[in-house]
Design a protein around this ligand. Structure first.
Ligand code: C2E
Ligand code: CA
Ligand code: CA
Length: 717
């Protein structure tokens, strides 16, 4: 059983992360501003509050209608086009921009695929703005199809471009080179789509939308007003939606021949004082099945708000809930998105099918009357059920159907949580590996990563920026540093902790790398310094004056020419002497192109602040740089401590010790976990230590207590 679930998870993850599906998801989400603008306009034009529109007419003049119509046309009306552009550019960016050494700007790919779309789909007889740019009338699925076929085709053909070799060393502007190199593949792609179109035309597929309507209408020819017709209609409509095809539009013939006549017959029957006789009507489906729009998306939104741990989905659900109350569901359809989303494929089909069955049986068993009124499709939950049936029981049934929808969606929202947690873990592993690498500016280490990792990095960077403004997410812990000869605490290193509200503790070097990428390292660094100095000042009040506070600083912080001023400012505010502060920097600071950071270190030392080189022995500098570098302390990296006492390491340490003694530099050994390690280093004349053997990093108060005890028992074998 475990094996089966594991393979299902793997399969879902595999499908969910196929580059094309990923591009569709990102592409759809990127057109959200349009969709939301369109939804609002649509809502205002159709909101079913009596007198609302005429109130606006009176107060604003009839112009507001023109404005809303323009917005609707300019957003929903070109949504297919926008979707094509954003999917293609998302895909092109994700695939990276270097193909065989030629830089292909995503815009080039987008332009080619856009052209392919027009060649393949624009109506022969002009008036192109109508129809195929828009959401509803068949443009959208064609745009989807062409986006996901033209982008891979173009980038594939780029590999064989005869101009690649010719241009790869041409230098100058790489974007222009890329665009020139793209000419053959671009022409070929556009041409191929033209050929496909010709072929389709000759095969008789001239008006795909119309023909599809006939095709999907066929199964319902002569069908009765029965439960199976209802289930078939809803199942087909939802399946079409899943592939981005506007279900109700394509099933227009079925609506026209079965649903609408049935509604009319019921209304007429009532007006003639006869019992209505049709269960399956358009208002029936609108009231009991399309709650919140096709796919009963209001139920999905509530299920997400009830159980989802995916923060972006929760935010989206909050935005989507207002339009969904009036059955406008484009926001969730695009934002989540529902289209081609493997997680929601099943409930998106199942919820409406189950609702149809429940509502049908409830009506069949006379628990609820048949529909006797036409309702506007925007009539909200509760009102719709009442208005369609003319009975309170209709409203109750609508709420029950909604609850049924939530129950169907909930397990899949949970599944989404599990998949999201797994994805987070994998992406975080990548971020940790990337954050650990030396910073090679100007590229951003984490934010520029392609795929899921880049998305996670961007989301976390945004969260970190917000976290800087609140008190409870970012805090420090302190790890004591011990003089083993005297058995005393001599100082402590402040270590950053970021507790993310959803993901928990984020590794500090990932947080630092994100802050560097997002250009907020200056703010974060200053916050850390201020917090640490404020905490250390508590020790001064208790009379402890000979403890040194070590604070980590990243190389990026040294790009700030006012760094010294800012540090002095913090010291003055908190009442610390400069000699009580030590900044820990890694060797990479010596590698930055200009020497200004080394000059800043000199300035810091000149006013009495101490400087330590962190992770010594790990980087490229090591012994050679020690002579030129203004330092007081060298921290021997954990990897030397953890390794076995094999000869080579001991030799290296012996020479570090010798050199440091000669230059009057203090040594602190990091990551000491065992007595054996301690003895090994003491035998090498090292006396200052930091590590789990003495103490884990402690909270601010824990650290003050630890120091106030002063005396430390040095463990022995
Ligand atoms: P680091 O400066 O080398 O910090 C020492 C790390 O070793 C800390 O990890 C500490 O918890 C861990 N450690 C201490 N004793 C032991 C031990 O006995 N055994 C083992 N296995 N580990 C031990 P932490 O807190 O996860 O920090 C990781 C890195 O993140 C730090 O390495 C530092 O480079 C960076 N960092 C942490 N706080 C800050 C900060 O405030 N600013 C900046 N720029 N970087 C920070
Ligand atoms: Ca450190
Ligand atoms: Ca270190």
């Amino acid at each position: 059983m475990k094996l089966v679930t594991a393979s299902i998870f793997r399969l879902m993850e595999y499908i969910g992360e196929l580059p094309l599906l990923l591009a569709i998801r990102r592409g759809l989400a990127m057109v959200l501003p349009l969709i939301i603008a369109g939804s609002l306009a649509l809502l205002l034009l159709n909101i079913p509050i009596p007198g609302f529109q005429s109130f606006l007419d009176d107060t604003l003049g009839a112009q507001w209608r023109t404005l809303c119509t323009l917005i609707e046309q300019g957003s929903f009306g070109i949504a297919s086009l926008a979707v094509l552009i954003s999917i293609v550019s998302a895909y092109a960016r994700d695939k990276g921009s270097l193909i065989n050494g030629i830089g292909v700007n995503p815009v080039v790919t987008t332009a080619v695929c856009l052209s392919a779309y027009f060649v393949a789909a624009a109506p022969l007889d002009g008036n192109i703005l109508q129809g195929f740019f828009s959401l509803g009338s068949g443009g959208f699925p064609i745009a989807l199809c062409i986006a996901i076929t033209s982008a891979p085709l173009f980038l594939f053909l780029m590999r064989f471009s005869p101009l690649n070799n010719f241009l790869s060393s041409a230098g100058d502007d790489s974007d222009v080179n890329g665009a020139l190199a793209a000419i053959p593949a671009g022409i070929a792609t556009i041409f191929i789509f033209g050929l496909v179109r010709l072929f389709l035309n000759q095969a008789g597929f001239t008006d795909l939308h119309n023909q599809a309507q006939f095709l999907f209408g066929a199964p319902f020819q002569g069908a009765g007003n029965t439960l199976s017709t209802g289930l078939g209609y809803i199942a087909l409509s939802q399946s079409l939606w899943f592939f981005g095809l506007h279900g109700p539009n394509l099933l227009f013939l079925a609506e026209n021949q079965i649903l609408s006549p049935a509604s009319l017959a019921n209304i007429q029957a009532v007006s003639q004082g006869v019992e209505p006789s049709f269960i399956l009507t358009k208002p029936f489906l609108d009231a009991f099945v399309h709650i919140g729009g096709s796919g009963s998306t209001l139920a999905l939104i509530l299920a997400i708000l009830l159980r989802s741990k995916v923060i972006s989905n929760r935010r989206l659900a909050l935005i989507a809930i207002l339009p969904a109350l009036f059955n406008v569901n484009e926001v969730i359809l695009f934002g989540l998105p529902l289209v081609l989303n493997p997680i929601y494929a099943i409930p998106f089909l199942l919820a409406p099918v189950v609702q149809t069955a429940v509502a049908y049986w409830a009506t069949f068993l006379h628990l609820v009357p048949m529909t006797v009124n036409d309702i506007h499709w925007t009539t909200p939950l509760g009102f719709g059920g009442y208005a369609a049936t003319g009975a309170i029981s209709g409203a109750v049934l609508q709420v029950i159907c909604m609850a049924v929808g939530i129950v169907v969606y909930l397990p899949f929202v949970e599944l989404g949580n599990i998949l999201n947690a797994r994805r987070f873990k994998r992406s975080m592993n990548v971020l940790m590996a990337v954050a650990g690498t030396a910073d090679q500016k100007p590229s951003k280490r984490c934010l520029d990563l392609p795929g899921q990792e880049g998305m996670l990095a961007k989301a976390l960077a945004a969260d970190l920026t917000r976290a800087l403004d609140c008190d409870d997410q970012i805090y420090l812990v302190y790890q004591p540093q011990i003089d083993a000869d005297k058995g005393k605490v001599v100082g402590a290193e402040a270590l950053l902790r970021w507790k993310h509200p959803i993901h928990g503790l984020i590794p500090p070097h990932v947080a630092v790398a994100l802050a560097e990428d997002a250009d907020i390292i200056g703010r974060l660094g200053l916050r850390i310094l201020l917090d640490a100095c404020t905490q250390h000042a508590v020790l001064l009040q208790k009379g402890v004056r000979d403890c040194v506070l070590a604070v980590n600083m990243s190389a990026a912080q040294f790009e700030d020419v006012k760094l010294v001023e800012k540090i002095v400012d913090v010291l003055e505010k908190t009442g610390l002497e400069p000699t009580m502060l030590k900044v820990e920097v890694t060797e990479s600071i010596a590698l930055t192109p200009d020497a200004s950071s080394v000059a800043i270190l000199r300035d810091l030392r000149a006013i009495g602040i101490r400087v330590a080189i962190d992770d010594f022995g790990m980087g490229h500098t090591s012994l050679r740089y020690l002579r030129e570098f203004p330092v007081d302390t060298v921290k021997i990296d954990r990897c030397f401590t953890q390794e076995s006492a094999a000869g080579v390491n001991d030799h290296i340490i012996a020479s570090i010790v010798q050199l440091c003694e000669a230059m009057g530099i203090q040594i602190i050994v990091e990551g000491v976990e065992t007595v054996a390690q301690l003895e090994r280093f003491r035998a090498q004349r090292c006396s200052l230590f930091q590590g789990y053997l003495f103490s884990q990093p402690l909270s601010g108060e824990g650290y003050v207590d630890f120091i106030c005890q002063r005396q430390v028992v040095i463990p022995k074998n």
